[in-house]
Design a binder for this molecule. Structure first.
Ligand code: GUN
Length: 282
């Protein structure tokens, strides 16, 4: 028997708490919390994510502004806009939706966002603090995974955690959070030899690969906790994760579904981070 980790439900509970935090902030400082969401180009997935981020802001009472620039915007022009947003006292957080158009140097754009307004937790300062175990703004998806584990009373300390995927957005910060919580952490990636054996060691398996149903039942230890960060389309065009859910679930003690697992937590953690950024600024 496995327990389904209901991200949608956990996210809804957290959003109520965040809304209370936002209301308390408004009372205390007599001002609104503001988030600027920047997009360039018309990537359809980004459009959906941005729309959902704006909707979540409305739900918790954060002022949001959505800046959409054309695909052909120049590096200089985009940087000029970002600098203006950084200087705007009304914005506590600035989020640049990735990917940016191919001709834009995203690293240089992101560098313009100071750590205190970096609600994605992508800045060198926030990543450095995470590595040092200091309080920082942490990337939304891995931070959301930790909240899900906490919510399910899963004690990470001493457990073998295997993270599959080493992206800057998910895999690397995920590994660091698990390590900070005293798990024994292995990070696997496309060059890992004997991936199946590595995964079979996992008490906690985090799949952040970006390939539909990549983690199969033969890669999962009986009783494992499986967290699926993937968001893909299967051969029939149906939304699915990086885990072959139907075949893996019976081996698990806990598993997240897709959709309704990690996804709703990611946007909720953006609200959490924006509130945190606003509070840290005061
Ligand atoms: N694109 C995909 N995931 C993310 C994310 O977490 N933050 C930003 N800014 N862009 C993304």
């Amino acid at each position: 028997m496995y327990t389904l980790i209901d991200g949608k439900n956990i996210a809804a509970q957290m959003r109520l708490q965040i809304k209370r935090g936002v209301d308390a902030y408004r009372q205390k400082y007599n001002r609104e919390i503001g988030l600027a969401v920047v997009m360039a180009g018309d990537n359809p997935a980004s459009q959906v994510y941005v729309r959902n981020k704006i909707k979540a802001c409305e739900e918790v009472g954060i002022n949001s502004a959505n800046y959409c620039y054309p695909e052909i915007i120049s590096q200089t022009e985009l940087e000029k806009h970002i600098k203006n947003l950084v200087a705007d006292d009304g914005y506590d957080g600035i989020l640049v939706q990735l990917p940016l158009p191919a001709h834009i140097n995203a690293t240089e754009v992101l560098k313009l966002i100071p750590a205190e307004k970096d609600v994605d937790g992508f800045s060198a300062e926030n990543i450095g603090k995470l590595c040092a175990g200091e309080e920082s703004i942490v990337a939304c998806t891995p931070n959301g995974v930790m909240k899900m584990l906490e919510h399910c009373n899963i004690n990470v300390a001493g457990k073998r955690a295997v993270v599959v995927g080493r992206s800057n957005i998910v895999g690397k910060p995920m590994a660091m959070l698990l390590l900070n919580a005293s798990a024994t952490v292995t990070v696997c990636h496309s060059k890992t030899e004997n991936l199946r054996e590595e995964c079979l060691n996992a008490d906690i398996l985090v799949a952040a690969i970006g390939k539909a149903k990549f983690i199969t039942a033969d890669m999962v230890k009986k009783g494992a906790i499986v967290i699926d960060v993937g968001m893909n389309r299967d051969e029939n065009g149906k939304l699915c994760g990086d885990v072959d859910f139907e075949n893996v679930k019976e081996k698990c003690s806990f598993i997240t579904p897709v959709p309704g697992g990690v996804g709703p937590m990611t946007i909720t953690m953006l609200m959490y981070n924006t509130l945190q950024a606003a509070v840290l600024r005061r």
